[in-house]
Design a protein. Structure first.
Ligand SMILES: *Cc1c(COP(=O)(O)O)cnc(C)c1O
Length: 414
């Protein structure tokens, strides 16, 4: 069986040409659209003549042609029937969940997830909507199964969980969810192209485009990919959570992001290649490093089984510096002395971004939740960039590790 090739799938989709035959799509900025005859207007409102059936547009918060094309490009990348973009990754996640669950329903979620998603599930949804979530160690099948209740509608996981990079065994989780009538929603933000969740049995994929997919840390954006029925339901004028909550992507942003998709493959290959080199060398120096591409990672074999062949193991790794003070000195040296990268949250930028998870992107978790999730106080998450040369960056990394006594100076021959 030929494996799914996301870049080939995107290339095929891009072989349709715009109204003027340009190789790139045009930017449609109109917020409202004319109809040729008055009968069309009610048909659009009844949901019969949208862009998927009849090629009609109504209003910019409903469907915009440029945003719609970017959604279709992402659907091609994920191998989905349909896709649509939103103003942020968080709105892609919240709209998807609110489309799938109602008051009184239940969600099962991985316990190590993006801090914003964790706060949404743990603090925001229960008191306001009566939607409860049970958090589980998603790598423990029995625990996941036991968490299901009668009203469980969604199983939510991240492919590579933030920040510890636990890997979701998507085929197995899909079986568990489907056997209980639930929908498997996967946040694939950490590893676009590296893993294609829909090909492995997931029902819906959400992405923060803000990270690797856009790759330049200059746009906040999100996307939802899944069945045509689901995407259409999000835009329903009475019941659609994207239509009614209104996290609309600007068409200029859609255009700019679409221009970065053709080199996403090259970027992911290089992010992964460098993360792999650094992780291997760190591991040889006995520095505690977490990276799915090294053999001692607990889900290394799961990752090998679910990943696409050509994009490596992803661009994020974590180093445990033991305590916060040492983590801070390490990052400060790397940024201010060595110019290795930036102390900043986020990921997928062309330069390395690093942050101490417990006091930044996972600070929504209480000390007990941090402990339960295994997020140690000195854990530094690094999204490895591709500027400079590998050897120059490696010397800088060694220098900072020496500055905090994680490795000895004598071994500096490498
Ligand atoms: C950043 C991130 C989000 C949120 O995306 P925004 O675009 O910032 O709203 C969700 N999930 C993961 C895994 C992320 O890294």
């Amino acid at each position: 069986m030929k494996s799914f090739d996301p870049i080939e799938s995107l290339a095929n989709m891009r072989h349709e040409f715009g109204e003027h035959g340009g190789v790139n799509m045009s930017i449609e900025t109109s917020t409202t659209y004319t109809v040729m005859d008055p009968e069309t207007m009610p048909a659009i409102f009844q949901g019969h003549r949208g862009p998927t059936d009849g090629g009609c547009y109504l209003y910019g918060r409903h469907f915009n042609p440029t945003v719609y094309v970017l959604g279709r490009q992402l659907a091609a990348l994920e191998g989905a029937e349909a896709g649509y973009c939103t103003a942020s990754g968080m709105s892609a996640i919240s709209s998807t969940l609110l489309q799938l669950v109602s008051a009184g329903d239940h969600i099962v979620s991985a316990n190590t997830i993006y801090g914003g998603t964790f706060a949404l599930l743990k603090d925001y949804l229960p008191p306001r909507f009566g939607i409860k979530t049970t958090f589980v160690d998603m790598t423990n099948t029995a625990e996941v199964e036991q968490a299901f209740e009668n009203g469980t509608k969604v199983l939510f996981v991240e492919t590579q969980a933030n920040p510890l990079l636990a890997i979701a065994d998507i085929p197995k989780l899909a079986d568990i969810a489907h056997a209980r009538g639930a929908t498997l929603v996967v946040d694939n933000t950490f590893c676009p192209l590296v893993v294609s969740p829909l090909q492995l049995g997931a029902d819906i994929v959400v992405n923060s485009l803000t990270k690797f997919i856009n790759g330049a840390s200059d746009y906040i954006a999100g996307a939802i990919c899944g069945s045509t029925d689901f995407i259409t339901s999000l835009m329903d004028i009475h019941q659609g959570s994207v239509m009614l909550l209104g996290p609309t992507m600007d068409p200029q942003a859609a255009y700019a992001i679409s221009m970065r998709l053709p080199h996403l493959g090259l970027r992911m290959v290089e992010h992964s290649r460098r993360a792999q080199v650094f992780a291997q060398r760190l591991s040889e120096l006995s520095v505690p490093v977490i990276y799915p591409g090294i053999a001692d990672h607990p889900q290394h074999d799961v990752m090998k089984r679910i990943m696409n062949p050509d994009y490596g193991f992803g661009g994020v790794l974590c180093i445990d510096l033991g305590n916060l003070q040492r983590a801070n000195k390490f990052m400060e040296t790397l940024q201010n002395k060595d110019k290795f990268g930036f102390m900043a949250v986020s990921l997928g930028y062309f330069d390395t971004l690093m942050s101490c998870s417990a006091v930044s992107t996972s600070s929504e978790l209480s000390p007990e939740d941090l402990e339960a999730a295994g997020i140690k106080p000195g854990l530094v998450r690094m999204s490895i960039g591709y500027t400079g040369s590998v050897e120059q960056r490696w010397q800088q990394l060694r220098d900072a590790l020496q500055a905090v006594n994680m490795i000895e100076c004598q071994s500096a021959i490498m």
